[in-house]
Design a binder for this molecule. Structure first.
Ligand code: ADP
Ligand code: MG
Length: 367
């Protein structure tokens, strides 16, 4: 089921203080989610991810804009008629019901001709339980399950009605790191197997990048950029997106373009073609540095961390906006840790220029 979000806006009325404006939780958000894809809504806490998801689900009505499932306008449809399955961060299982009863619950709630027979209900419950691999736990109560198992029950409960759309709101944040990795792989597998169009909300860029077909990065209610994870990483629309994606994060320098060259700390470090002269932010990915004796970017070496395959070089530069800059190079290259300085050249496709005021990326052709 293809989902179209068209100019979605959600304003919450200001409470209490008189001259405080409304909260604009989601601001003119438009996006198309192709049939069968998994899209991650990604952004910092409070940027409007849950509000967007709740509007898709029907729990919140948009102030403006429309939502389409396939060709159908569902903007005014109540949640139970939308054919959505939703999983919340806290699972929200019924504590007094067994796993089986929890998963069956949405089917029991169906009315009239939509309500399957008892046999059909049990068949679907077992099929879904098998899909998420909890068929051996059917008689347990939620408190007798681990966090990961509870989360699977919640996913099974969302899937049992065979929804047109699956919505997951930070479904992994209550799990420990190891289980989080494992469960995200499983969610991806289940999604691929069922082919259900899925919206996955997270603030964790690593999680978003690893499991989705597409990511949509939000900031303060506004969609900053959407696309394939690798495309967004390689061609961020602005400084915010560039900073939000990638671990370790991108290194940002105060720089200047002059005569077709990028200057950092007054030194020409890269050719940037026909970009007009202007002050810029220069973003360099950790993997964008080339260790080069006499290279144009001279830094004060702080520390070298060997991490198996890679070496992480921590250093300082007066134009770098962060405390330390981090370069990652292959462990094959020797680093002279005794010298106190380290010099780099830059890879043009790992270096980005951003407008100093707006933060928008300024594309360039390196010569
Ligand atoms: P996220 O899920 O990305 O953390 P939310 O969608 O929950 O963000 O919230 C977006 C913004 O809307 C926040 O500033 C939040 O305080 C505000 N907000 C969310 N729900 C309500 C509500 N029911 N009433 C007023 N403000 C709300
Ligand atoms: Mg949220």
């Amino acid at each position: 089921m293809k989902i179209i979000l068209q100019n979605l806006t959600k304003r919450f009325p200001a409470r209490g203080k008189k001259n405080q404006g409304d909260v604009i939780a989601v601001d003119n958000f438009s996006c198309e989610i192709p049939d069968g894809e998994l899209i991650a809504l990604l952004g910092p806490s409070g940027c409007g991810k849950s509000t967007t998801l709740n509007m898709i689900c029907g729990l919140e009505a948009p102030t403006e804009g429309q939502i389409f499932f396939g060709g159908e306008d569902v903007t005014l449809l109540p949640p139970e008629l939308r054919g959505v399955g939703m999983v919340f961060q806290n699972y929200a299982l019924y504590p007094h019901l067994t796993v089986l009863q929890n998963i069956r619950f949405p089917l029991e709630n169906l009315k009239g001709k939509d309500r399957p027979s008892k046999e059909e209900m049990n068949r679907r419950v077992m099929e879904t339980a098998k899909l998420v691999q909890i068929e051996d736990l059917m008689d347990r109560k939620p408190r007798e399950l681990s966090g990961g198992q509870q989360q699977r029950v919640a996913i099974a409960r969302a899937l049992v009605k065979m929804p047109r759309v699956l919505l997951l709101d930070e479904p992994l944040s209550n799990l420990d790191a190891r289980l989080r990795l494992q469960t995200r792989e499983e969610i991806r597998k289940i999604q691929k197997k069922t082919g259900i169009t899925t919206v996955f909300v997270t603030h964790d860029q690593d999680e978003a990048m690893s499991i989705s077909d597409r990511i949509a990065v939000m900031r303060q209610g506004v969609l900053m950029q959407s696309g394939k994870p690798q495309d967004v990483y390689d061609q961020p629309a602005n400084l915010f997106v560039a900073r939000f994606l990638g671990t370790p994060p991108i290194n940002v320098f105060e720089g200047e373009v002059k005569g077709g060259r990028l200057l950092i700390g007054g030194e020409a470090v890269l050719s940037v073609g026909s970009v007009p002269d202007q002050p810029v932010w220069a973003g360099i990915r950790p993997e964008g540095f080339i260790l080069q004796e006499g290279g144009p970017l001279r830094c004060e070496l702080s520390r070298v961390e060997v991490m198996g395959r890679d070496v992480s070089i921590l250093s300082a530069h007066k134009s770098c906006t962060g405390q330390t800059m981090r370069a990652i190079i292959s462990a094959d290259q020797p680093v002279d840790a005794g010298s106190g300085t380290v010099c780099f050249a830059l890879k043009p496709h790992k270096t980005f220029l951003f407008h100093r005021e707006t933060g928008a990326r300024i594309p360039f052709n390196a010569r």
